[in-house]
Design a protein around this ligand. Structure first.
Ligand code: MN
Length: 132
């Protein structure tokens, strides 16, 4: 199945455009936010299948935003993938321990990135995220 709705939360316009273009090319529908606060509102209202979450954001950071998503019954089951410039192993551990469903380091490698998005969406169909 393709065409799922994906919410991109990213404050860097260049990164946002790249991710949007890649995902639209692959048939996904996109909504986007440049702050976590705005992203949380959109997630509640539009129920995306997947959120791509930048970690370093102005105001609320991506890890705090994930906690808010998980604490809200309306958004708790939405899949969330971290997209972060932090490529160090320690950061990756911290990010996965926070409860993200996946992780991609920036700068994104387009092919690996699109495969990871598809893998997360497929792996989680019919499990906790069913119908999200
Ligand atoms: Mn950022």
């Amino acid at each position: 199945m393709a065409g799922e709705l994906i919410l991109i939360i990213e404050d860097n316009e260049k990164n946002l455009k790249l991710v949007r273009d890649v995902l639209q090319f692959h048939g996904y529908r996109i909504v986007e936010a440049m702050t976590a606060e705005e992203g949380l509102e959109i997630a509640r209202a539009q129920q995306p299948a997947l959120v791509l979450m930048d970690i370093q954001l102005p105001g609320m950071d991506g890890i705090t935003a994930l906690r808010h998503l998980r604490a809200d019954p309306l958004t708790r089951k939405i899949l969330v993938m971290a997209v972060t410039a932090s490529a160090m192993a320690l950061d990756r551990q911290r990010i996965m321990a926070a409860g993200f469903n996946g992780y991609t380091a920036k700068p994104i490698q387009i092919r690996e990135f699109t495969e990871e998005v598809r893998t997360i969406l497929d792996r989680c169909v019919g499990t906790s995220a069913g119908g999200a």
